[in-house]
Structures are given as C-alpha cells and as structure tokens.
Design a protein around this ligand. Structure first.
Ligand SMILES: *[C@@H]1O[C@H](CO)[C@@H](O)[C@H](O)[C@H]1NC(C)=O
Ligand SMILES: *[C@@H]1O[C@H](CO)[C@@H](O)[C@H](O)[C@H]1NC(C)=O
Ligand SMILES: *[C@@H]1O[C@H](CO)[C@@H](O)[C@H](O)[C@H]1NC(C)=O
Ligand SMILES: CC(=O)N[C@H]1CO[C@H](CO)[C@@H](O)[C@@H]1O
Length: 565
C-alpha cells in the first residue's frame, strides 16, 4: 500500500536525561544527536539538523530558502532570535511587474524567477553557530553529518518521496523543470531509493570551511545570479553579498502561568500570541472537552480575528509600521473576543493570502539546558525548482508572499522582506523580569498559515488537556483559512474528529470540510515538541524544583522521530 497517512499505530513520548532532538527526518535527528554527544550544544545540533534536512528533504528546505531560530540560554535564561529571511532584489519593483504585464489580478506564476528572494538560511546557520554555539565544534564539524549524507547517499523517506514527486509534477505542469541535481535519471527518487547529491555536499562543505562568503560571494553566488537571470529574474551579486541575518528580540505573551515566545514581525509569531490573548477571554474553553464543538468554535473564531489583523498589519516593519503594542495589548484582545458569539459564526470577511506548506521544523534541548527552536523552508516545495549550476539546491519562491496592490503594506518593492509564514517557538514559565524564566518547552508546527494555529492547538493540548508531547501532536487538528474563491473562511477538520462536531459547527454557520484524510492531512502541519519535565501532566503533583527529564514527541504526519540520550 502506498503511504497514505493513515494513523494505525501509537507512539510513546521519548524520555531522556541529557539531550534531545526532534525533527521530521530520522537521519537528520541522528545527525543532531551526534553533535550533542560530541560536545556541541543545542544551537550546534540545530544547525547540523538544518543542513541534514536540506539534504534529505530538499522538497521542503535547503540553502536556497530562509531560516529562523530562537535560542534559550540555559545559563542566563535569555532568549534571542535570528531573522534569517532574505530581501527581495533591489531591482524588483511594482513598476517592473507592471511593465511585464503583471498585476494583482494577473500575477506571475508562483514558480516565476521574479519570486526569488535572497536565500537567508546559510547565513542563519553560520550566525546561529557563531552567536549561540558551544564553540567546542567548528562550523565544519557541525556540518559534517550533512556533507556525509549528501556524499554517500541516503534512502529517501516515505512522506519526503511523496512530496518530491508531487512538486516535481507541479513544476512540470507549470512549464518549469526541477534542476537535474535533485532528480535521479530525470525522475524524483522513490521511497527507499538511495539518493546522492554530490553538488550539495560540495556547497555545504565550502560553507563549513569558509563561512558566509562561500555562499554569498564567489562561485555559488555567481551560479545563483546566472540561473535567475537566465530565467527572467533580476537578482544581482550585490543583492547577495549585502545580505546578512539579523539578531532579534523575541516577543511573548503570558497565558495562565506560561509564557509563549515567538519571533517578532515579519514572522507570523504575532498571530500565535494574539490568538492566545483572545483565547484567554474564554475561561470555559475546555469545558466541552477536547475538539468539542464549543472548543473548536472558539478556536475558529479566534483564528479568524487574529489572522484578519495579521493580513492587514503584518509586513516588513522597515517598510511600514506594524502596531505591535496595540495588537498585543490585552485590552485590545478582550475587545476583539467580545465579537465572538457562542452560537453563531461571526459575519466577517476579509481577503487573505494563498497557502503553501513546505517547511521543516525541529527543536533541540541540550545537557546544559539550552534550547534551540529552528525552522526553515523553501516555501512551496522546491520553490522555483531552479538549481544553480553545480550547487545541488533549489531557489525559494518566498516572494510569492508579496502583494501587487500598490496600497498594501506587503506590496512588492526592492530590498524588502516578504510576509513570512515561518515561526519557531519556546515556552517558559511566566516568572517576572527579575527572575530567569525557566524553560518548559521548544515547540513548533510548520505548514504556512497553519503554523500559529498549530502552535496554539498543540500548546493547549498540553496546557489545558494534559496531553504529553506525543499525544499533543497525534491529536487531530483543525485548520481555518480564508478562501478567496468562496469569499469565506473554511474550517477543515482532520480525520478523527467526530462527525457530530462537524454537523454542529455547520449549524453555527461555519463552512466545514470533514473529514480530511490521507495526504490531505499534511495541511494540518508537521510539529515537533520537547518539554523539560512533565508540567503538562495534570495528575502529577509538580515539585518546586522541576525535573530535568526531557519528554519529546514527533508529528505522525511527517517521517521523523525524536531521539535522546
Ligand atoms: C534551513 O534552510 C536551509 C536552506 O533553506 C536548509 O538547507 C536547511 O536544511 C534548513 N534547515 C532546516 C531546519 O531545514
Ligand atoms: C526581520 O528583519 C526585519 C527587517 O530588517 C526586521 O525589522 C524584522 O523585525 C525581522 N523579522 C523577524 C522575523 O524577526
Ligand atoms: C500523567 O501521569 C500519570 C501518573 O503517572 C500517568 O498515569 C499518565 O499516563 C500521565 N499522563 C500522560 C498524558 O502521559
Ligand atoms: C503565483 C505567485 O505566488 N506569484 C507571486 C509572484 O510574486 C508576485 C509579487 O510578489 C505575487 O503577487 C505573485 O502572487
């Protein structure tokens, strides 16, 4: 039988003492664990996994994409982030699009070379190791596991093989082709087939040896610019060499004694926080039970409110002010929450963006108590599918997040960062500023606009419903999104949610799709969670000195696993 994403087995949470990794690919998890055992810390292991995933899941991530990280310093309790998103080429302007006959109504194809922004991931890897790494391992040592996988080859995993095929076909039907480096005999590799990528091995090896210049200047940079220009894009060597990632201060909100940390705009982290702030106004949230009609109704309405504001206000803050403080002000969320009626869906419609879901997320907690929450992606499968000569990776189409409406905050412009769907998260206790916040979890759910909703659902599964990290990821999810064609919000319910729930939600006025099965379930995202201690277990009395046992879960919708030692 083909892999069809039927969940017919169960999995216990992984429990361990010293260090733990969780990613969407077992070989990548192993690479991360090796780094921890060799003395690297959570940041080193995260980058090792990032690079390994670039090799094993090129259909979701790679050096041609972006990356973000959040790092919790076990010594100081300080949390820092790295913004590894690249900007659009300086020459990319609305006039250029219009000059080529494109407009908001007739945009270029998602895979158009015009939609390539500067890849931010390689710089993010280098900076993560340099700023947060243990300094016990060089970048070269950190990246060696990925180089080995690419050089010697690896058997392709089941879900990865499915998407490799799907996106290769999608590119073809758009008249594009995936670069030969990512095919074998001009075909996507099957599940279990050993795939080698010597060009990518070389690219990653050079990055390890020479750091950022190996990617943003020299042969790789020239190859990137060449392939983009040959395909009608406008990136220059200057666009690449001027790229740098940015250290950012995360934003957070408090929820019932917990504090959730997310990246600031231009990521969707704000949406997750805003969602929690809205949900806080529903003290009876869990009264009806997990995935009950009342629970899902409130969740759906909160997502509609949060997402509507996000589409409206999020963009690159350097190109227009995001009213961050007002949006996160709890009196604003209280006011928004009042719009929700328990027995009727709000009549509120606002335009949204289209969705894509090709991202990987993973997290690491090490023996010194550091945590690294890391996410990155090429946006839609292989992105544009364009592979710079002898480089072994494809270029992202992140620019697809721009709008071609002149007055939109996310309107396309040169040197601008597009609306970003990537968000890693960390959870701490909500101790006051004077005390060091205690790390409780590193978590993430990837999948475009599913991410903030996914974060909140798996978080509430633990905080409100007492599930362990694996159960929290196994539980069926809800996905709410704006459908421009239907001019309304669709509520998708995953297989496992009762039919009566769907019926009741329809009665309240929601447009419900039930049940979503098979590979359609990937719409609900893919998550990874590691917790420090079992604070989520409501039947265990928690000591004042929290346990150092690490508990981890890995999403059944992906190929991966958690591993510890
Ligand atoms: C991050 O992105 C880069 C390039 O997009 C990729 O090589 C790497 O594997 C990604 N990291 C993760 C976590 O996937
Ligand atoms: C990323 O960079 C932009 C522009 O420099 C910055 O203002 C923004 O806060 C950053 N976004 C994230 C996700 O941290
Ligand atoms: C919580 O702890 C109890 C008692 O040890 C255990 O029986 C139960 O399975 C735990 N809950 C979860 C969700 O793991
Ligand atoms: C199909 C697609 O996503 N294409 C995008 C390319 O870029 C323009 C401008 O950024 C977008 O409007 C298009 O949607």
């Amino acid at each position: 039988m083909d892999s069809d994403l039927t969940f017919s087995s169960r999995r216990s949470p992984v429990v361990c003492l010293h260090g733990c990794v969780a990613s969407s690919q077992p070989l990548a998890s192993t690479v991360g664990l090796d780094v921890l055992k060799r003395g690297g810390n959570a940041a080193d292991a995260a980058v090792a996994i990032a690079a390994a995933l670039a090799v094993t899941e090129p259909c979701t991530t790679g050096p041609g994409g972006d990356a973000f990280c959040l790092f919790y310093n076990g010594n100081t309790g300080e949390i820092k982030g790295i913004n590894g998103s690249g900007r659009s080429p300086q020459a990319l302007t609305l006039d250029l699009f219009e000059g080529r006959g494109f407009s908001a109504g007739t945009p270029p194809s998602a895979f158009d070379a015009l939609n390539i922004t500067v890849p931010g991931a390689p710089a993010c890897w280098c900076d993560t190791v340099q700023l947060f790494g243990s300094k016990k391992l060089s970048l070269q040592e950190v990246l060696s596991g990925a180089v080995e996988l690419a050089e010697e080859g690896f058997p392709v995993s089941e879900v990865a093989a499915h998407y490799w095929e799907k996106w290769t076909t999608a590119l073809r039907s758009d008249g594009k082709a995936l670069g030969e480096d990512l095919l074998t005999d001009s075909r996507p590799p099957r599940c279990g087939q050993v795939f080698k990528n010597p060009s990518l091995a070389q690219t990653i090896k050079e990055l390890g040896e020479r750091g950022k210049p190996a990617f943003y200047q020299g042969r790789v940079a020239r190859a990137i610019v060449d392939v983009i220009l040959q395909n009608g894009g406008v990136m220059t060597l200057e666009d690449l060499s001027s790229h740098d990632s940015e250290v950012v201060t995360p934003i957070s909100t408090e929820y019932k004694g917990f504090r959730l940390w997310e990246l600031p705009p231009n990521s969707q982290g704000l949406v997750a926080l805003f969602l929690l702030n809205i949900l806080e106004n529903f003290p009876q949230l869990k009264a009806g039970g997990h995935n009950s009609p009342d629970y899902i109704h409130v969740l759906v309405e909160a997502v509609r409110l949060a997402q509507t504001d996000a589409f409206h206000y999020l963009g690159d803050p350097a190109h227009g002010a995001v009213p961050l403080e007002s949006l996160l002000d709890k009196s604003y969320s209280r006011q928004r929450a009042q719009r929700v009626s328990m027995n009727r869906a709000m009549e509120c419609v606002r335009p949204g963006l289209t969705t894509g879901s090709d991202t990987v997320y993973f997290c690491v907690i090490d023996s010194q108590g550091n945590a690294c929450s890391f996410v990155n992606s090429t946006y839609m499968g292989f992105g544009t599918g364009l592979v710079p000569k002898d480089c072994g990776f494809s270029l992202q189409n992140r620019g697809a997040g721009f709008s071609l409406c002149r007055e939109h905050i996310n309107c396309v412009a040169g040197g601008k960062r597009p609306y970003h769907t990537l968000i890693p998260a960390l959870l701490t206790d909500s101790s006051t500023k004077s005390q060091k916040p205690q790390l409780l979890a590193a978590l993430g759910v990837v999948g475009a606009f599913m991410q903030p909703q996914g974060h909140i659902q798996v978080l509430l599964n633990m905080v409100e419903f007492g599930m362990n990290p694996q159960q929290a990821l196994d539980a069926p999810r809800v996905f709410v999104h704006y459908d421009p064609k239907a001019d309304g919000w669709l509520v998708k319910l995953e297989e496992g949610i009762d039919q009566e729930v769907a019926v009741e939600l329809r009665k309240r006025g929601h447009m419900v799709t039930w049940p979503v099965t098979g590979h359609g379930r990937s719409e609900f995202g893919r998550g990874q969670i590691i917790t420090v201690g079992d604070w989520w277990n409501i039947s265990v009395t928690q000591d004042s000195s929290p346990s150092r046992v690490l508990w981890a879960g890995s999403d059944p919708r992906a190929d991966g696993c958690a591993q510890g030692y």
